[in-house]
Design a protein around this ligand. Structure first.
Ligand code: ADP
Ligand code: ASP
Ligand code: MG
Length: 462
């Protein structure tokens, strides 16, 4: 189909644009990219497209960045080449893009050799950024085949972040300034395709926003452009009452408030990167979540209000949580102990996720939101040494955080009984309830997590 006429006719003037983001499975291969192109071209309001790497590529690049022997490096690089070449081979005019992708693959090879000698977080980010760089180059060709004016844009020109490699934080003021100067004018001329997930720190080195960060990129760019909406196209037709892969009986939520969806994302609903809704909330930009495999199936709209929000909205699960318990008798009737503990954690750049306290102990979990690492790897020897100089430290690993998301939970009666009454067979290791009226969180042994989610879903949602 040739979209050129309708697209061109619609390219000027620029109203409030829609930003569309396509995840890894939506750009996994030639057919997926074509389905995603159909979605983009069916809505002339979509001016900016944000892409993830083709499915599997980021994992392969992360493995290379961890430093591999020569044989493994060859294998991993061949896998990456195979996935990307399969797309190139089906293009009408593959030669120009083949050279560009070959150059990228060569670069990946050199960086992987360097990683096999010495790894670093900066090198990892440089390496993994190639996934998004390649998928966007390929997608531009797919659009070009439809005779639509299209432009590839390197998001690092505008996505300025700090240098916390692997989990970089964007400078939203600079971003907004750069977007207005460098990106917005281009949207008048052509459909612009850019990378999710990656950014650039002050010295020009590539950074990443944490795994799954392309959703966040799309929302940040939408905020800077004052976009009308962000469309997140993924492999499920919306946000469900829990992960539909784990619980087939999960139900789609057609409309959900920002606060509820943000809680879901924060507590592990992988369908949205945890930070995605922050920029959307700041500007009140609605976020749509749908399936690029089946766009006609509809999806979920995340927006500022919903009718009659239910008491129980959804269940989220975060695996691989570490519980740190700090015991100190000197905490009894004393002041400032918590401040000292938090001071140490802050110096180690660690934020606390859940916390409960008793007279002589504190139990807390570490926030790994958006991180490439699990919480146990945040517990460095120097952090443990510092904490141990203050109190006795106990560490329990492989727990799972279950979050029940709802509305006015802490004002309702009977919530505790309804939730924990059906969880008799399980050990509940820690409970957090009351600080937020949107969630009730607790920890269970990792091996019980699936069963706890299934039991709760059956009793509260089915
Ligand atoms: P993408 O690569 O498109 O960003 P992700 O794999 O990051 O896709 O997110 C989509 C996945 O999120 C789904 O396949 C699903 O298994 C998972 N998921 C977890 N919780 C939920 C939920 N509550 N609703 C929908 N999907 C969920
Ligand atoms: N490609 C990156 C990842 O796999 C970012 C993303 O998909 O959002 O984590
Ligand atoms: Mg994702």
């Amino acid at each position: 189909m040739n979209y050129a006429v309708s697209r061109n006719a619609n390219l000027m003037p620029l109203g409030t644009p829609v930003v569309a983001k396509f995840g890894g499975t939506s750009v996994a291969d030639f057919d997926a990219m074509n389905r995603s192109a159909d979605i983009v071209l069916s809505n002339s309001d979509v001016r900016l497209v944000v892409l993830s790497a083709s499915a599997g590529i980021t994992n392969l690049l992360v493995e290379l960045a961890e430093g591999q022997d020569a044989e493994r490096r060859v294998y991993l690089l061949d896998e990456i080449r195979r996935i990307q070449t399969a797309i190139i081979d089906r293009l009408n005019k593959p030669d120009v893009i083949r050279d560009e992708i070959d150059r990228m693959l060569e670069n990946i090879g050199m960086l992987s050799d360097a990683a096999s000698l010495a790894t670093s977080t900066a090198l990892t980010d440089e390496l993994v950024s190639h996934g998004e760089l390649m998928s966007t180059l390929l997608f531009v060709e797919i659009i070009r085949q439809r005779n639509v004016p299209v432009e590839w844009f390197d998001v690092r020109k505008v996505m300025r972040t700090n240098d916390r490699f692997g989990r970089a934080e964007p400078d939203t003021d600079l971003l907004s300034e750069q977007v207005i100067q460098q990106l917005q004018p281009r949207l008048q001329e052509a459909l612009v395709i850019t990378q999710g997930f990656i950014g650039c720190e002050g010295k020009g080195r590539t950074t990443t926003l944490g795994r799954g960060g392309s959703d966040y990129t799309a929302a940040l760019l939408a905020e800077a452009l004052s976009a009308a909406r962000v469309d997140i196209w993924t492999d499920v037709p919306g946000i469900y009452t829990t992960d539909p892969r784990l619980v087939p009986g999960a139900k789609r939520i057609d409309r959900i408030a920002f606060e509820e969806a943000a809680e879901m994302a924060t507590f592990g609903a992988k369908v949205l990167h945890p930070a995605t809704l922050l920029p959307a909330v700041r500007r009140g930009i609605p976020v749509f979540v749908g399936s690029s495999k089946d766009p006609s199936a509809g999806g979920t709209l995340v927006c500022s209000t919903t009718d009659n929000p239910p008491l129980f909205r959804a269940l989220a699960l975060r695996r691989k949580q570490t519980l740190v318990t700090l015991h100190s008798l000197s905490m009894l009737h004393s002041r400032g102990f918590l401040a000292e503990v938090f001071g140490i954690l802050a110096r180690h750049n660690i934020s606390v996720d859940l916390i409960t306290t008793s007279e002589v102990s504190i139990a807390l979990t570490l926030d790994t939101t958006g991180s490439t690492s699990s919480s146990d790897s945040l517990l460095t020897t120097s952090l443990l040494t510092e904490l141990s100089s203050l109190c006795r430290v106990e560490v329990e690993e492989n727990l799972a955080l279950i979050a029940l998301i709802g509305n006015k939970l802490s004002q309702a009666c009977g919530v505790g009984k309804e939730v924990f009454g059906v969880l008799d067979p399980f050990n509940i290791r820690m409970i957090c309830y009351g600080a937020s009226s949107y969630n009730l969180c607790f920890l269970v042994p990792g091996s019980d997590a699936d069963q706890v989610i299934k039991t709760l879903h059956r009793n509260l949602f089915e």
